[in-house]
Design a protein around this ligand. Structure first.
Ligand code: ADP
Ligand code: MG
Length: 229
């Protein structure tokens, strides 16, 4: 990362040894992520404690790994058997392009534990194909709201055992016409009554406030912008 102001210069990822699974640490090292960015340094420990996270930090500050790392850790640390299968996390993104970026990070982070933690990007692909990949109950599903909702309604995707919900680019997700879809996903009885949420955003907008009210329970609020509201 070019901008050193975004880095937490007090720590390296190795300070998470013992907290994060060594397979995640190796994958981070392979990616060349030596030190956590500020949002990662703050969000990862809080998320590992089980806190809901509302993170506002500018584009390029490393928000994707800030939620992917604790989410993968949570799955790894509670998975007893490889046979245990249920979708544990849903990552909602506003665009297909973003779904590809998130998937590419997941792929890298999961390279040493791909048998234990699986993911699928359902933002693209035909419904028939997605139905068959979802039949294997991937641990992590990346989706746009419209796609997630249609798969939930078709019962191709079940979130009954979900533990984590991420809404990435929360400032944009309602404005791409996803408004109704988001509301139905959140209020349609698809999610369990308790789950951990992450709301990631570059700016604090009315839409983020709305989502905050819908998905967060006494969240840790991280504001990493120099300019305060
Ligand atoms: P945001 O979602 O906040 O806009 P991203 O998660 O897309 O930011 O990350 C921006 C860029 O920074 C990506 O290219 C990513 O690979 C890189 N990056 C993220 N975390 C680190 C890190 N700890 N060290 C080095 N580069 C990083
Ligand atoms: Mg992002």
């Amino acid at each position: 990362m070019a901008d050193s102001k975004l880095l937490d210069d007090t720590a390296t990822f190795s300070s998470f040894a013992g907290v994060l699974d060594s397979r995640i640490l190796r994958a981070l090292a392979d990616k060349g992520f030596a030190r956590p960015t500020l949002v990662q340094a703050k969000a990862i420990p809080l998320a590992l404690e089980g806190r809901d996270i509302l993170a506002r930090a500018r584009t390029g500050s490393g928000k994707t790994a800030a939620y992917c790392v604790p989410l993968i850790q949570k799955i790894l640390s509670s998975k007893k058997t490889a046979a245990q299968s249920a979708t544990r996390a849903l990552i909602l993104v506003p665009t297909r392009e973003l779904s590809e970026q998130v998937s590419s990070l997941l792929k890298g982070l999961l390279q040493y534990c791909e048998k234990d933690v699986t993911y699928v990007n359902v933002a693209t692909g035909t419904t028939a194909h997605l139905k068959s990949v979802l039949a294997d109950t991937p641990d992590i599903v990346v989706a746009t709201p419209a796609r997630a909702l249609s798969l939930l309604q078709a019962k191709s995707l079940s979130l009954a055992s979900a533990e984590s919900l991420v809404i990435d680019e929360a400032d944009l997700i309602l404005s791409y016409g996803h408004d109704e879809d988001m509301k139905q996903i959140l209020a349609g009885g698809f999610l369990p009554s308790v789950y951990q949420s992450y709301l990631m955003s570059a700016t604090m907008t009315k839409d983020v406030e709305t989502l905050k009210g819908l998905v967060l329970r006494s969240p840790a609020i991280l504001r990493l912008e120099e300019d305060e509201d």
